[in-house]
Design a protein around this ligand. Structure first.
Ligand code: GAR
Length: 187
């Protein structure tokens, strides 16, 4: 049975969408890794009957706890969905081509440290961009720089706020992230 580990830090609508999409298709297992004990994603996971692991900075960067947990669970894919910390090199080395991220803009623009969620949409609007979208990419040691797997675009309107643009981009995320995950699991 394929196991997908989802790393999330916040609201978790993508995590929920992925879990629901796959649960309705066939037997998949999930585990949510979260660095924020008050994140909404934890309640979403619980409602869906998905186990979660809360970890600290030390667990990720210093004492190897997160790596040990991943090695024990042996996920077929690790999908970041609104996860805000950098994945350490040691984990990347243990899971080559198995860690992917979704970014709410068209990389290589509007990425990098500190560029997440609403901040990305605000930057897109402030740059007067007329197109935005999503990027799904492999994770490497730098924020938002791994090899791009898939992009989809949407218009940015003159009247957009970060909130209205986020809604449009979220729709693309919900449509495409599960599909790309499914394709990668078949490889
Ligand atoms: C998503 O839009 C995701 O692309 C973005 O955070 C949001 C999380 O929403 N990720 C980044 O900005 C990473 N740089 P969610 O918690 O509702 O899925």
């Amino acid at each position: 049975m394929p196991l997908i580990a989802i790393f999330a830090s916040g609201t978790g609508t993508n995590a929920e969408n992925i879990i629901k999409t796959f649960s309705s298709q066939q037997n998949f297992q999930f585990i949510v890794f979260c660095n924020n004990p008050t994140a909404e994603v934890l309640q979403r996971a619980e409602k869906l009957g998905v186990p979660s692991i809360i970890f600290t900075r030390r667990d990720l960067y210093e004492n190897g706890t997160v790596l040990q947990q991943l090695l024990a669970y042996k996920p077929d894919l690790i999908a970041l969905a609104g996860f805000l910390w950098l994945i350490p090199a040691e984990i990347i080395q243990h899971f080559p081509d198995k860690i992917i991220n979704i970014h709410p803009a068209l990389l290589p623009k509007f990425g990098g440290k500190g560029m997440y969620g609403e901040r990305v949409h605000r930057a897109v609007i402030e740059a007067n961009a007329t197109v935005s979208g999503i990027t799904i990419h492999y994770v490497n040691e730098n924020y938002d720089e791994g090899q791009i797997i898939f992009q989809a675009s949407c218009p940015v309107y003159s009247w957009d706020t970060p909130h209205t643009l986020a809604e449009r981009v979220h729709k693309l995320e919900y449509e495409h992230y599960p599909k790309i995950i499914a394709q990668l699991l078949k490889k």
